[in-house]
Design a protein around this ligand. Sequence first.
Ligand code: FAD
Length: 334
Amino acid sequence: STHRVEIKGSADAFDVADGQPILDAALRAGAWIPHSCTQGTCGTCKLKVLCGSVDHRESPEYTLTGAERADDLALACMATPQSDLVVEPTGAVDDGVPHHPLRDYLGEVVELSDVAANTRRLVVDLDEDMAFNAGQYCELIVPGHGVGRQYSMANPPGEQRRLEFHVKRTPGGLATDGWIFDSLAVGDRIDLRGPLGQFNLVHQQAEPAILIGGGTGLAPLKSIVRHALDRELVPEMYLYHGGRGRADLYDVEFFTDLAAQHEHFHYRPALSDESWDGATGLVTDVVVGDFRSCKGMSAYLCGPPAMIDAAVKSLKRRRMAPRLIFREEFTPAA
Ligand code: FAD
């Protein structure tokens, strides 16, 4: 059986199957609900349920409190309808970006290479094109477990058939240690679904953009940078990549060449635990040292939550407007 869900204030209505999360059904139907992590940890997809009732399923208490449940709020990525619904997203629905429907895809691994310490580049040829926005991600389904893990596309959206991912190993991790760094091999067929997320180059600003990636947080920034340079979308871009040592950096030559070809693109890798001829220190401290004021500038931050928190604090101290700071946090699965 299915339930009908209407999004208040939009023309969007869609059917949700038994047990299906509201967000999954909405995105497959081409309707838009603001969302980020799709695993219950960020709270971006919080909805007000105006009519009907939902099963919150595994919605964590730290993202959706008892008081919020009593107030008819729900996480669209977790909750499933128990009746027909009218819902209202708490985030802005129209962000001025065209959105592409979520779908299931099959692909074949065509490259799997070690590019840095505990870091692999995974390239997948899809059976069909996937339309997505630079900065979005896919969920790769771990074989035999039926669960997915999120990985950001590093290729620009002009390349719709061949997706590039950068994967960091998590010791004991189900998807990484147990699969991508273990049994996965070139030629394997994999299941994935996408595109997901709303991290993308939204604002066409006259002022420069600062992009900061920690570790494999470089992936969506690579997609954004390549896309922006192809389309000449941003006047000035400063890409920072942070790692502990030289062994953590990758694609150095790629970005060095890109910077040599594009006058308004700048690339600054930074090492926190090793001295070398480049920038030294925590990547956020290096950024603060490079700019006396970030007024009017925007930032795109991606990586571990601790790095993002530090970057947001530093950029605000340099007078960057909070609404111009965009982020994608690589939060671990709950
Ligand atoms: P799990 O089995 O999920 O974790 C194993 C154990 O380690 C658990 O106890 C878990 O809590 C803990 N753990 C996991 N990660 C951490 C951590 N960072 N710090 C401390 N403890 C941890 N990763 C990439 O490498 N590249 C990407 O492009 C990328 N994009 C992402 C995009 C989004 C929107 C999100 C939410 C995450 C993204 N991630 C990315 C992270 C990725 O989805 C997985 O969480 C990660 O690869 C670990 O999965 P796993 O199954 O190996 O580990």
